[in-house]
Design a protein around this ligand. Structure first.
Ligand SMILES: *[C@@H]1O[C@H](CO)[C@@H](O)[C@H](O)[C@H]1NC(C)=O
Ligand SMILES: *[C@@H]1O[C@H](CO)[C@@H](O)[C@H](O)[C@H]1NC(C)=O
Ligand SMILES: *[C@@H]1O[C@H](CO)[C@@H](O)[C@H](O)[C@H]1NC(C)=O
Ligand SMILES: *[C@@H]1O[C@H](CO)[C@@H](O)[C@H](O)[C@H]1NC(C)=O
Ligand SMILES: *[C@@H]1O[C@H](CO)[C@@H](O)[C@H](O)[C@H]1NC(C)=O
Ligand SMILES: [Cu+2]
Length: 732
């Protein structure tokens, strides 16, 4: 592959690395594959390479865990992701498969085809694992081929050509092809020149186009946008406003070129660089001394067979996924009284991520990304930064993914797992008993949790996903946003130049508008509370009135239970003035007091999509029309926006499935929860956003007979020999 123009930049990579070097080192390089058997072949090289980091040597970088060799790994659990050897085997089966003999297709995705749920649930450690199968989505002659391949027999078991709308997840090769096509388009030179630049001064990215009707059908298209990379690694802050190229990815041609912004200045580079340099001016604040958590006896969790995590009362399977990023499966909690392992959730993962921008201009209207199905949350997850992304006591896990040629590559250190102690109490009470002569009672228990984390960098934006497990049975799921805004160039450099300030949108820097947008992350939560058959119960808090005469009160709240019989009953829009709890209970498992064992989903800060339901982006993302949905379990219904999301029309969404209105009472059900953010940018988001986070929880309700950590041991001074308060603070 010849790369002559340094204008070509991949949207997934921020760092200033000469492109040629990137291609030579990258696992995406077709010349670079794992079959050579070298120890670390296929490992995504750390960026920037050490030899290029900087002129004056920075302080020693935090050590990443040493490379791991995955070449001889074997699957030990039915849910383990495909191994390097298995990926090679799938590739070789497909290369001798009749329909692909003459032309090997582009492998858009390859992942484990998980065995049937009943097989997995019936499997115990030590049993032989069920036959391994791969699910492949391949693209050949514009058609999406869906194949399942049995690795034991070496046969293609099913082969179907998709007839619905939408294309498979994009590969890095697709992205490179689109950007290359665009940067070699002759008219681009004039657009660059009109702004005093040459094409070599640009960085271009290739966002997905959404879908807006027949003109865009029958071909895979990407939009290409360009930025000035002069004098900054943060080219996102320097758009060539009004310049949009629409590229046919397969034909490799620019089908539409539009430049309406030649009069709009490129925002300056001042203060856009976000990299640490030892000479940087420190912020005007007192320095914080180094801080870390101590674990004098080491971590308390174990990871066996690569993916099985055990910690305190929890056990779960944790795996990287090219599309979903991070998947937790078979989540089981040990009953603190009986010691019994009790099922909570079969599988949980972010199913889709929808990001619509709120600007109708030519260069902006199409921005309505679906990052999981279009680019892949795992595919865009770069190695976590030790000591900064994850604490010192973290354990790291690699992803084994597949490139377009069907070869495996390693996404190193993309998940971290660590115990967190944030100085909080898990429960407490103190009391001064006046009646018994001022006796003092003080009890508190330190709260330690376990966090599994990954971070996707989908172009400009960074999404960190945390699954946090508490010993009281609660699971907290957090999504944190950081990274770069998508800014829009403007002639204005001060709000006082505009009459109607609301028309323009927030100015975040001179000549740069932070365009308002939303983020929605829809989670697939296959709850199995004490077994697969569960019931969704909405516990509505209603106001009781007209109690005159009986009490001095005029109103009070009363919980009213509504059992959801069908999917219609389980489509929930959150409202502060119609409060409810949302329980998933097992109607055949009663507590000693006759309450069904359950878990509830506890919403936190959230936002709803206000787009018109017939707006094309909202049609495709109709899974955000409600914050909660419940569907009967169906192994084909995993991706809320549909299996093939890129340029889809919205014919295979959670909303479409839910409209079948199937029975959901006392069945194996899946709960879907959407976490949303409205983002009205402000100056603090420039040049890189401080992290913004929102969470929701899965919390036991009548699952345990009483507080499950009642008898937990407090922490005593002798447990922590290293750090003493008197040494770490100079209190006078
Ligand atoms: C991968 O590497 C092997 C051994 O070096 C080579 O034979 C094979 O052709 C390569 N495959 C590709 C697709 O480059
Ligand atoms: C554009 O890039 C060329 C080559 O790297 C460089 O010489 C030139 O100064 C750049 N132009 C601007 C305006 O920065
Ligand atoms: C596939 O798309 C290419 C490029 O758009 C086109 O040339 C070709 O005719 C298409 N093939 C089929 C089978 O539709
Ligand atoms: C399972 O899901 C697929 C895809 O939505 C659908 O075609 C099929 O009818 C569903 N099966 C059942 C039993 O609902
Ligand atoms: C779950 O419910 C389904 C449908 O009602 C039933 O066929 C099945 O036997 C139940 N499974 C268990 C484990 O109770
Ligand atoms: Cu945002």
């Amino acid at each position: 592959m010849e790369i002559s123009s340094s204008a070509l930049r991949l949207p997934f990579l921020f760092l200033l690395v000469p492109l040629l070097l990137f291609f030579l080192l990258s696992p995406w390089n077709p010349l670079h594959n794992l079959s050579g058997g070298g120890d670390s072949a296929g490992r995504r090289t750390q960026f920037p390479p050490k030899s290029l980091t900087s002129i004056s040597p920075p302080p020693a970088e935090p050590l990443s865990p040493p490379p791991r060799n995955h070449n001889s790994a074997t699957a030990r659990n039915p849910l383990d992701p495909l191994t390097v050897g298995e990926i090679h085997r799938v590739r070789s089966i497909l290369s001798s498969y009749q329909p692909f003999l003459h032309h090997f297709p582009s492998i858009q995705s390859m992942s484990l085809d998980e065995p049937d749920k009943s097989r997995v649930l019936g499997w115990k450690s030590g049993d032989p694992i069920p036959s391994r199968k791969a699910f492949v989505i391949a693209l050949l002659d514009n058609q999406s081929h869906l194949l399942t391949i049995d690795l034991d027999s070496g046969r293609v078991e099913t082969h179907e050509i998709s007839s619905g709308s939408g294309y498979p997840m994009l590969t890095m090769e697709d992205v490179v092809a689109a950007v290359q096509t665009a940067v070699s388009y002759p008219e681009l030179e004039a657009s660059a020149a009109a702004r005093g630049l040459s094409v070599a001064n640009l960085s271009c990215i290739s966002p997905s186009p959404g879908w807006f009707g027949p003109d865009e059908e029958g071909k895979r298209i990407l939009k290409v946008l360009c930025f000035s990379k002069q004098g900054t690694p943060n080219f996102y802050m320097r758009p060539l406003e009004g310049l949009v190229m629409t590229v046919d990815v397969d034909r490799r041609e620019v089908v539409q070129f539009s430049d309406t912004g030649k009069g709009i200045p490129i925002p300056g580079r001042a203060n856009t660089d976000y990299r640490f340099r030892p000479g940087n001016k420190p912020p005007e604040m007192e320095r914080i001394n180094p801080i870390s958590m101590e674990q004098p006896r080491g971590p308390s969790f174990t990871v066996t067979d690569g993916h099985l995590v055990k910690w305190a009362n929890w056990e779960f399977h944790l795996k990287p996924d090219q599309r979903a990023g991070l998947v937790v499966s078979r989540v089981v909690v040990r009953d603190s009284e009986t010691g019994a392992a009790r099922s909570v959730m079969y599988k949980g993962f972010p199913s889709e991520l929808f990001v619509p921008y709120m600007d109708a201009d030519e260069g902006w209207y199409f921005k309505s990304y679906m990052d999981a199905g279009e680019f892949g949350l795992g595919a865009t997850a770069m190695p976590l930064v030790p000591l900064n992304d994850c604490p010192r006591n973290a354990y790291y896990m690699d992803g084994i993914f597949v490139s377009a040629d069907g070869q495996p590559f390693v996404q190193s250190n993309m998940i971290c797992l660590f115990e967190r102690y944030a100085g909080d109490a898990a429960w407490r009470h103190s009391e001064l008993t006046v009646s018994s002569g001022g006796q003092e009672l003080r009890e508190a228990r330190a709260k330690v949790t376990l966090v599994a984390r990954m971070a996707a960098s989908v172009g400009n934006y960074d999404y960190t996903f945390d699954w946090e497990f508490q010993t009281d049975g609660l699971i907290k799921i957090t999504v944190s946003l950081s990274g770069m805004l998508m800014v829009k160039g403007t002639v204005h450099d001060n709000m006082n130049q505009v009459q109607n300030q609301d028309e323009m949108g927030p100015l975040v820097s001179e000549n740069a508008i932070g365009v308002v947008h939303d983020h929605f992350i829809t989670f697939h939560l296959d709850m199995d509370v004490d077994g697969p058959n569960n019931t969704f119960v909405k516990v509505n808090l209603v106001k009781e009135e007209n109690v005159e005469g009986k009490t001095p009160r005029k109103s009070y709240l009363k919980p009213k239970r509504h059992v959801a019989k069908t999917e219609d009953d389980a489509r929930i829009k959150l409202s502060l003035y119609d409060p409810s709890e949302f329980h998933v209970v097992n109607p055949s498992r009663m507590s000693r007091l006759g309450n069904p064992s359950g878990y509830k989903v506890v919403p936190g800060g959230n936002a709803a999509s206000l787009l018109d339901h017939s707006d094309p982006p909202q049609l495709r993302s109709a899974f955000t029309n409600n914050q909660i949905w419940v569907t009967p379990y169906n192994r084909s219904e995993l991706w809320a926006g549909g299996l093939l999301v890129y340029q889809s029309h919205g014919d295979d969404t959670l909303d479409v499935w839910s409209q079948r209105n199937r029975a959901i009472e006392d069945r194996d059900v899946v709960l879907w929860y959407t976490l949303g953010f409205h983002h009205v940018p402000c100056q603090e988001d420039f040049p890189v956003m401080p992290t913004v986070a929102a969470s929701f929880q899965l919390k036991p309700v009548n699952f345990f007979e009483r507080n499950p950590i009642l008898t937990a041991r407090p922490v005593f001074e002798e447990d922590l020999p290293v750090c003493r308060p008197s040494e770490s603070a100079s209190i006078i």
